[in-house]
Design a protein. Structure first.
Length: 167
């Protein structure tokens, strides 16, 4: 299990941001994830990916959920030694998956409130930026084990992803 005093690493969120940009370059929402394993004082990347909601044609193919499934297939159903870095706060569905997988920690950049605010002001027919205004912390509090959450990590860099243009 990851300690509540866990300190996130900037380089892992920067990798998630790079994955988000690659997702946008292929026509998806610019949302990226990195999952690390924290053991013996070391933290290493196990998986990284970008969102595929648009290119897959599935509204529930969120990158958090897909990456958790991928890591679970290789490391087992409980991921207590793993940290999930995501550019955008997990929605209620993905937060529920974190609970079921017993993820060790969650680090996110922009909040569901940030997503909703951007969607209201600048959402388009192609990129609506819908949000589920249930904070992941609330889902975790109702779950069966404690999940440390670090929100707003590199928030300004992650907010830039809303307007990132494919290139």
């Amino acid at each position: 299990m990851i300690a509540a005093s866990y300190k996130p690493k900037k380089k892992f969120m920067q990798l998630a941001i790079a994955e988000a940009k690659r997702a946008r370059d292929r026509g998806d929402y610019p949302i990226g994830v990195v999952i690390t394993r924290v053991t013996d004082g070391r933290e290493v990347v196990i998986a990284s990916a970008g969102n595929r909601v648009k290119t897959s044609g599935s509204s529930i193919k969120h990158v958090e959920l897909e990456t958790l499934k991928y890591v679970s297939s290789g490391y087992g159903r409980y991921l207590t030694e793993f940290a999930l870095y995501t550019t955008h706060e997990p929605c209620a569905m993905c937060a529920g998956a974190c609970v079921w997988a017993r993820i060790g920690a969650v680090v996110y950049g922009v909040s569901q409130e940030d997503i909703a605010a951007y969607g209201r002001k600048r959402g388009t027919e192609q990129y609506k930026w819908r949000a589920c205004l249930i904070p992941c912390r609330l889902v975790f509090e109702k779950g069966n084990h404690s999940i440390p959450v670090i929100g707003g990590f590199l928030r300004d860099e992650c907010k830039k992803l809303f307007s990132y243009k494919a290139g």
